[in-house]
Design a protein around this ligand. Structure first.
Ligand code: AMP
Length: 109
């Protein structure tokens, strides 16, 4: 079982920001910005590349709720999902990184 499935099952602790029946948002263990939250579907999908579009639509709604709860919709935020080896994905369970709480800077260096 993957590490994020263990978090969903409560076998590994997490700092939950928001949860519903299908999705979970929790703090990244190694934050790279003031706000660094991971948002996952509770059901296992290896990456964004294989998530059914209908579930992604619900996930979009959930991500909006997380951003509202963190009060960063006006100030802005960055949403990233890494996909596969070349995308730099380390945990093979779809997750979005939500970064904010400060200016996160330019993507292109
Ligand atoms: P990625 O490189 O996109 O697969 O990102 C994986 C992310 O998961 C990294 O930012 C890690 O810091 C984070 N991470 C790994 N294990 C945990 C954990 N137990 N709780 C919270 N975040 C984690």
């Amino acid at each position: 079982m993957c590490i994020f499935c263990k978090i969903v099952k409560g076998e590994i602790p997490n700092q939950t920001i928001l949860e519903d029946e299908d999705f979970l948002a929790f703090n990244d263990i190694n934050p790279s910005r003031k706000i660094h939250v991971l948002i996952i579907p509770k059901e296992h999908y290896d990456s964004f590349d294989v998530i059914p579009p209908k579930i992604m639509a619900n996930m979009t709604e959930f991500i909006h709720k997380v951003a509202s709860k963190l009060d960063i919709r006006k100030s802005g935020y960055r949403l990233i999902t890494n996909i596969g080896n070349d995308g730099g994905q380390e945990v093979a369970h779809l997750h979005f990184h939500l970064l904010g709480g400060e200016e996160v800077g330019r993507l292109v260096r």
